[in-house]
Design a protein around this ligand. Structure first.
Ligand code: 3SL
Length: 244
């Protein structure tokens, strides 16, 4: 297995696909997706475009759907939910499909949606993702960070590093054996340094600071936890993730 990290959708190659693509948006889209599916949501359907989300979700029975929209960290007016994983309790999401569009995370998902396997990863479901990789042993794996509007993010990189770190531990390979690119080595170093203070790292991250200004402290605390949900969001049809 070779792991490649691409920090943003913009940096992700367009002329090939990996055997397995993993999208990461720790703050907060992939943390929300994992939480919805762990709370009994039927599926999560992701859109980069809000109008398209509205048009597709209109065809779904209203009692079986929820619309979640975020732009610039804030909830989109008229939608039931924003992008806080803490709102996605079993009482709210059980048996329903979440139609979601966010600033960067759903755009990153769209970027790799034609790969044969597409997974959503966050720190909270890291172990489930590692378990899948270890069991299936895909040859080429891409971990694609969502970043923020085209730029690098600390929180997505530390999550990519956490996945790689755990695989290194399991396989007893060196980081160099696993690394498809230099980004992988630096992500492992970032995780190694911050693994005992992920919340502290989020406080230094530009998007962490943005969410703190929007009263997102509880979201940061939740998303900084590791391996708390045994759920693997995996794409079943283009743009639709279900738990496996
Ligand atoms: O950019 C995104 O996709 C979001 O996850 C951003 S936010 O955390 O909801 O503000």
């Amino acid at each position: 297995m070779k792991l490649f990290i691409y920090h943003t959708p913009e940096l992700t190659p367009t002329d090939k696909t990996p055997d397995c693509a993993i999208v990461v948006d720790v703050l907060r889209a992939t943390s929300t997706i994992a939480t919805v599916l762990a709370s009994g949501g039927e599926a999560v359907q992701a859109f980069s475009d809000l109008d398209q989300l509205i048009a597709v979700s209109e065809k779904w029975p209203s009692e079986k759907r929820l619309r979640a929209g975020e732009r610039g960290g804030a909830k989109v007016t008229g939608f039931e939910l924003g992008n806080s994983p803490l709102d996605c309790t079993p009482e709210v999401v059980q048996g329903r499909r979440l139609f979601i569009s966010t600033t960067n995370g759903t755009r990153a998902l769209q970027r790799i949606q034609h790969s044969p396997t597409v997974i959503a990863a966050a720190l909270i479901n890291r172990a489930a993702v590692v378990h899948y990789l270890w069991e299936k042993q895909p040859e080429i794996v891409w971990i694609v960070g969502s970043g923020w509007e085209g730029s690098f993010s600390l929180e997505d990189t530390v999550c990519a590093g956490a996945i790689a770190y755990s695989l290194v531990e399991k396989s007893q390979l060196s980081p160099d054996d696993l690394a498809g690119n230099d980004e992988l080595i630096s992500a492992i170093a970032l995780y190694s340094q911050w693994q005992n203070d992920l919340l502290g790292l989020f406080h230094q991250a530009s998007h962490g600071k943005r969410l703190l200004r929007l009263e997102g402290h509880e979201d940061l605390k939740y998303c900084a936890q590791i391996d708390i949900l045994d759920v693997l969001p995996i794409q079943q049809e283009t743009g639709v993730l279900k738990s496996q």
